[in-house]
Design a protein around this ligand. Structure first.
Ligand SMILES: Nc1ncnc2c1ncn2[C@@H]1O[C@H](COP(=O)(O)OP(=O)(O)OP(=O)(O)O)[C@@H](O)[C@H]1O
Ligand SMILES: [Mg+2]
Length: 233
């Protein structure tokens, strides 16, 4: 579904990704793990068209998308729930959710809103509330819900569990699993390596801009290098 081939990405003179190649098959949950500054968010921003690779290519369902503007990439079926959630705190929950559907003109937006609210009952209870008053976990749910409102075939999630209490982390990962089971392919970036590897079919480890290890979620959970560096020994 997604094939990334040897991309180099820079911020001005700073190289953030070095020859990164990876692929995501339809129906998978693929995790990217790595420490602070490794390049995880840069990778997602490049896939969603916010950054452009200097070399290398990105293919999505047989189309080359590297260099395609971000709004076009959403139309092709890729939706990005960014790091730090980036919801509009002065707007209501329902306004934020409907913004996620801004590219759509079809008649099923209301139906999809209902689906999102079934998945996130807490959002339904707070539908008219200003989003800035939501808890951190609820804001994360809103960010994921908003990303789902564009009906993506590939959902990019950047650190959905960051800063959440353990029970909410469990809830978020269970939602990610449900969304995937309902047919959405997921590429998830996480510092919570343990949870991410448990839910992922396959995963990649990124260090200083390069992919250094790849394998099934299970293989990586048992890999001694991964255990030592990311799973607390
Ligand atoms: N806007 C920017 N301008 C310059 N350098 C940047 C910018 N954004 C990121 N970088 C640099 O690119 C590298 C990769 O950053 P990135 O945000 O992709 O890391 P990350 O793996 O997502 O880290 P974290 O886990 O802390 O979110 C870092 O060295 C960072 O300092
Ligand atoms: Mg990041």
């Amino acid at each position: 579904m997604l094939t990334i081939d040897h991309i180099d990405v820079y911020y001005g003179a700073i190289q953030a990704l070095r020859g990164v190649s990876l692929n995501v098959n339809q129906g998978e949950i693929v995790a990217i793990i790595g420490s602070n500054g490794a390049g995880k968010s840069t990778l997602l921003r490049t896939i969603s068209g916010l950054l452009k690779p200097r070399t290398g290519t990105i293919q999505f369902q047989d189309k080359t998308i590297s260099g395609v503007p971000a709004d076009q990439i959403v139309k092709l079926g890729i939706s990005h729930s960014p790091e730090g959630r980036r919801i509009f705190t002065n707007m209501t929950v329902s306004e934020n959710l409907l913004l996620g559907a801004y590219i759509r003109k079809d008649a099923e937006i209301e139906k999809d809103l209902e689906k999102v609210l079934l998945r996130f009952p807490r959002l339904r209870e707070r539908i008219k509330q200003s989003s800035g008053t939501l808890s951190g976990g609820e804001q994360q749910m809103l960010a994921i819900g908003r990303a789902l409102m564009s009906r993506p075939s590939l959902l990019l999630l950047d650190e959905p569990s960051l800063g959440l209490a353990p029970n909410l982390v469990t809830e978020i990962f269970s939602i990610v699993n449900d969304v995937n089971k309902d047919g959405t392919t997921v590429l998830i970036v996480e510092q919570n390596a343990h949870r991410a590897l448990e839910v992922a079919h396959r995963a990649y480890v990124i260090e200083t801009g390069s992919i250094v290890i790849e394998g099934s979620g299970k293989e990586l959970l048992e890999d001694s290098r991964v255990k030592e560096a990311y799973l607390g020994g």
